[in-house]
Design a protein around this ligand. Sequence first.
Ligand SMILES: CC(C)(COP(=O)(O)OP(=O)(O)OC[C@H]1O[C@@H](n2cnc3c(N)ncnc32)[C@H](O)[C@@H]1OP(=O)(O)O)[C@@H](O)C(=O)NCCC(=O)NCCS
Length: 188
Amino acid sequence: MEANIFFMPRPLSSIAAALRPLIKGKLRTFVSSLIRPRVACTAKLYQRANISLGPNTFIDHYCILRPAGGKIVIDDRSYLGPFSVILASGGVTIGKEVIIGPHTVLASGNHNYKQTALPMQHFDMISSGPIVIEDDVWIGAQCLVCDNVTIATGCVIGGGSVVTRSTEPFGIYAGVPAKKIGSRKAAD
Ligand SMILES: CC(C)(COP(=O)(O)OP(=O)(O)OC[C@H]1O[C@@H](n2cnc3c(N)ncnc32)[C@H](O)[C@@H]1OP(=O)(O)O)[C@@H](O)C(=O)NCCC(=O)NCCS
């Protein structure tokens, strides 16, 4: 009899345990929505009117954000690691809770290398499309993301990768050029 009491299910406490991370997550999201974006004193943001930073974003030391005729939009709670550079002539959009490691370059434009009449620096930048980084993406250190690339929700990009093609949600990609090496979803 006593053994039964000892093993009695405790529905209320188990429901509370299941709800705790959800409540904690929601509370964290709510609190962080009240925190203003932070930009380290050594980071340089050009054409500030073309840059939008969501609540609780953090631009770390020595980052450079250069809209160059495009727009840079960084959504809530995303982080740009030190020495990272965003060149946004074709536009760069970063979703929520994205982590970008140090020394990463998001370059949504190219020099017009197909013109040969004059040196390349005489021509405007060209872009085949914007860079879109969806929510909950982690880009490792020292990556390059090229124009017209969407990194889908939940992806991981290994350190030192060059991303030239769009990715599938929750994929793990690495290498030069970046290829799928796995998935965050165990069943895939
Ligand atoms: C992508 C990453 C998370 C994968 O970790 P993992 O799941 O433990 O993967 P593994 O180490 O088992 O590697 C799986 C395969 O992918 C390869 N691989 C992993 N990361 C790679 C990378 N960045 N570039 C090229 N290949 C890579 C491995 O060599 C291995 O290949 P193999 O099966 O032929 O031996 C990790 O390797 C990585 O790059 N982390 C980034 C760290 C970083 O930049 N931190 C900065 C802080 S923001």
